[in-house]
Ligand binder design. Structure first.
Ligand code: 3UK
Length: 535
């Protein structure tokens, strides 16, 4: 391990014990990083040094930013943090705002100053912010001036936070920017200094903070992006996942800057706005969740999306039906990829010409993966078990006993049930928690969902097991309808027959309830546990 440049050693002091860490693999030549490495310097200073100063780095509805302007502004922000607010390397800086150019430049500034970026979802409420401040011992918070209210409540209830600074139009930061120097010498961090904390979207209980080093930030680009997506400097990236979700951080900041491409950071969320962004900025690389692809399918006619070359889906299993519908409408085969906050980004996927629809793909270059039983013994092809993965990135929870659940025998265990087919493709079955045991059978909720989604009247659905005295559990489907408002028993029967004709009949949903909207996390995942609580 190299010597840390952090003065505030909180993150280093709270790393898991060596014996509880996963094994890390650095086989690829591009993963041989030097001991001294600052990810932000690689992403922005080096881009300008290579001559990209005049090239556009960030498009937005308000203004476009060249690489040179992004470098200057992030330098000014770093100077303000250090000179006006006493930031020292290793301090944790909370960031609160929608995906916009300022958020990106603050993120770069925090890393350049050797501090630790803690981006948060814009919709969080005071109590959730409080939990993050306490857990990560946040010293500084930068908050979009329009989102101050909840932040101020959280700040009052905590003692660690010393500086709360607003950014955006007419903010404290905007006020100081013109006077601050545009030159900043980045802190000479080590490749294994913590660069960011990412909180898991955690469905229940206490959120976990995962820690990622400077080298991890680059590794996500040098594995998945470089080898699977193969972008170049002419690409234009866009997507909906927030920067606080590492899916978004990679998609709209790290991947584009790593290859000196451009990113669109647009605040207006939602599938309709996304389609407008694609058309206006001629986006080539699109990143969003399966649900958004489904919603966009019905709006494609009104938009010119011919600039798209690759569409990446992650966060949840991509149903084969959605993959095929998107392909039929756009001639672009969706790239599905499974990632996790613990792994920082995607570790199983396929490049678009190698996709097997319905399967997630194969381990990304730099990663190895297998399916094992509860004892850690590898299973044979086509047997369903626990997904285990290893690579250049991996799980490091900040001071959390759950480290021992995620990492066993050097492998990261994601909590997903998978199988590997005879061609080596990995197939998602379910979250372990979403496997339904009914009448002695193991039924995967997502498989039933996939069958239902092939029906023309089904917009969205979620399948869970509900308690039943006879069968221990029965399969129940919550269905959001489209093309019809007919919530009759006849339609229920039709949908049940449809499933019986699509997959093994015993898997059909014995109960179907129509619902207006499915409960979802801010990262776009269906909250099946909330539906389970209803029953
Ligand atoms: C599930 C998937 C099937 C799976 C993420 C890309 O989702 C991300 O991170 P989270 O920590 O959740 C991890 C869990 O989500 N999942 C994600 N993608 C897929 N299941 N197919 C998929 N394609 O249960 C996994 O264990 O919120 C995704 C990049 C960065 C991320 N953090």
């Amino acid at each position: 391990m190299s010597m840390s440049a952090h003065i505030d050693t909180f993150t280093a002091d709270n790393l898991p014990n060596e014996k509880d860490l996963p094994e890390f693999l650095f086989d690829l030549p591009e993963l041989q990083y030097p001991d001294k490495l600052n990810a932000a310097v690689e992403l922005i200073d080096k881009a300008v040094a290579e001559g990209c100063g005049e090239k556009i780095a960030i498009y937005s509805n308000a203004k476009n930013w060249t690489y040179g302007e992004v470098l200057e502004t992030s330098n000014r922000i770093a100077n303000i943090l250090v000179n006006n607010y006493n930031l020292v390397s290793g301090n944790r800086v909370l960031m609160r705002g929608p995906n916009n150019p300022m958020m990106a430049m603050i993120w770069l500034a925090v890393l350049k100053a050797g501090a630790v970026a803690v981006a948060t979802m814009p919709l969080l409420r005071a109590s959730e912010l409080e939990t993050i401040i306490n857990k990560a011992k946040i010293s500084h918070a930068l908050c979009d001036i329009r989102l101050l209210e909840e932040m101020e409540i959280a700040a009052k209830n905590t003692t660690d936070l010393k500086h709360l600074v607003s950014f955006g139009d007419d903010s404290e930061l905007a006020d100081k920017l013109p006077q601050a120097s545009a030159n900043f010498t980045a802190v000479d961090t080590s490749k294994d200094d913590v660069a960011l904390l990412a909180f898991t979207s955690g469905t229940t209980g206490d959120p976990k903070a995962t820690m990622h080093f400077h080298r991890d930030v680059l590794a996500m680009a040098d594995t998945f992006s470089k080898h699977t997506l193969k972008p170049n400097a002419d690409d234009i990236f866009a997507g909906t996942p927030p920067i606080a979700f590492t899916f978004g951080l990679g998609a709209v900041i790290v991947f584009p800057l790593r290859v000196r491409a451009a990113t669109v950071l647009d605040e207006t969320a939602g599938p309709k706005a996304l389609l407008e962004v694609i058309e206006k900025f001629k986006v080539s690389m699109l990143f969003t969740a399966p649900t958004a692809y489904r919603v966009m399918l019905d709006m494609l006619e009104d938009h010119d999306i011919s600039s798209l070359t690759q569409c990446i889906s992650a966060g949840e299993a991509l149903p084969e039906a959605t993959s095929n519908q998107w392909f039929a409408a756009t001639k672009i085969r969706l790239v599905d990829g499974i990632g996790a906050t613990e792994m920082i980004h995607i570790f199983i996927s396929s490049s678009k010409d190698k996709v097997k629809p319905g399967a997630t793909g194969k381990p990304v270059a730099g990663y190895i993966a297998r399916v094992q039983d509860s004892q850690g013994k590898p299973l044979k092809n086509n047997e369903i078990g626990f997904l285990a993965v290893k690579g250049p990135t991996g799980c490091r929870y900040l001071n959390d006993s759950r480290q021992k659940d995620y990492v066993k025998g050097g492998w990261n265990l994601t909590g997903d049930a998978y199988r590997i087919d005879d061609d080596g493709y990995f197939w998602f079955e379910a979250r372990m928690d979403d496997m339904i045991i009914s009448g002695g059978y193991n039924i995967s909720g997502p498989e039933v969902e996939n069958a239902l989604l092939k029906n023309e009247n089904v917009a969205e659905c979620a399948v869970i097991g509900v308690h039943d005295a006879q069968r221990s559990n029965v399969v129940k489907a919550y269905v959001v309808l489209k093309n019809t408002t007919d919530k009759s028993d006849k339609l229920i029967k039709e949908l049940q027959d449809f499933v019986k004709n699509t997959i093994a009949p015993y898997k059909y949903p014995r109960i179907i309830e129509f619902i207006e909207e499915l409960p979802k996390t801010q990262t776009g995942k269906i909250q099946r546990f909330k539906l389970r609580l209803k029953d």
